[in-house]
Design a protein around this ligand. Structure first.
Ligand SMILES: [Zn+2]
Length: 266
């Protein structure tokens, strides 16, 4: 079995095909798909989608790209909905949260501050409920590390990891796993491929980030969760392992990073 630890299955790119995409992935052995929320407006959408498919689970959070339009009250709504979702076995993490210092509009001083504020407040909610976090880390590795050190959640995943060896080591020491996906499938992505090959296997989880970060064989087309086994095959080849070994290890790692995933009655 495989787990896609990061998939925006509710994205408009999937139109009415979300459930069909999930079923197709299930046919390929993808036993679980983690669907992160991005803003309060899609909280109920991801929860309902996850509940309507065999292999769905979800996270709730405010994504850094949605911070500009987010209001203080959204944090209250998030906290309330997290509290309610704790009784739902399909709810597994706080996310997607993080910092994006790549998009120019988000790097202006006031917006940087607002992003940091929302990130920290969401880390506090994660701590309050003992939840892991799904983190978007873009040109912000060291700032993210600083804040998670100050407000440490119960682990989680640095998704689409693209940092240095030193940064990887620090995330791992803080109890995080690192998400690898489509970027690793490009032969020119030397650093990411080297890290995927050399980092401790127990620190690696697989993800598609579908519909984005399409693997080399689809690029620039729409990515989908059924690509996980083929992405896993790339990891197997990079590490000189069998497909079965990589499936078993990355599944165990995802369950360790997101313990609620292993809860019964899904
Ligand atoms: Zn995402």
């Amino acid at each position: 079995m495989w787990i896609d630890t990061h998939c925006h299955l509710d994205a408009h790119e999937f139109g009415s095909e979300s459930a069909a995409q999930a079923a197709q992935a299930q046919g390929q052995g993808v036993g679980m798909i983690v669907i992160p929320a991005v803003e309060t407006a899609n909280f109920s959408i991801v929860a309902e989608l996850a509940g309507s498919i065999d292999n769905g689970c979800y996270a709730l959070g405010i994504h850094p790209i949605y911070v500009p339009k987010a209001q203080e009250d959204d944090l209250r709504v998030l906290r309330e909905q997290v509290a309610a979702a704790m009784s739902d076995p399909r709810f597994v993490a706080l996310g997607e949260i993080g910092l994006d210092f790549f998009i120019p509009m988000l790097t202006e001083p006031a917006m940087r501050e607002k992003q940091i504020y929302f990130f920290r407040e969401q880390l506090k909610i994660a701590r309050e409920f003992g939840l892991p976090v799904l983190m978007h880390v873009r040109r912000s590795q060291d700032v993210i590390l600083k804040h998670v050190r100050q407000i440490p959640p119960a682990g989680g995943i640095a998704h689409a990891f693209n940092g240095s060896d030193q940064q990887a080591k620090m995330y791992i020491e803080l109890g995080f796993r690192l998400g690898f996906g489509g970027a690793m499938t490009f032969t020119r992505a030397l650093q990411i491929r080297r890290m995927a090959a050399e980092l401790p296997l127990e620190s690696i989880v697989l993800e598609t980030d579908a519909p984005d970060i399409s693997p080399a064989w689809i690029h620039p087309g729409r990515n989908s969760p059924d690509q996980i086994p083929r992405i896993g095959a790339v990891l197997a080849e990079l590490r000189g392992l069998s497909l079965e070994e990589v499936a078993a290890a990355t599944t165990a790692n995802a369950l360790a990073a997101l313990p609620r995933l292993a809860m019964p009655a899904k």
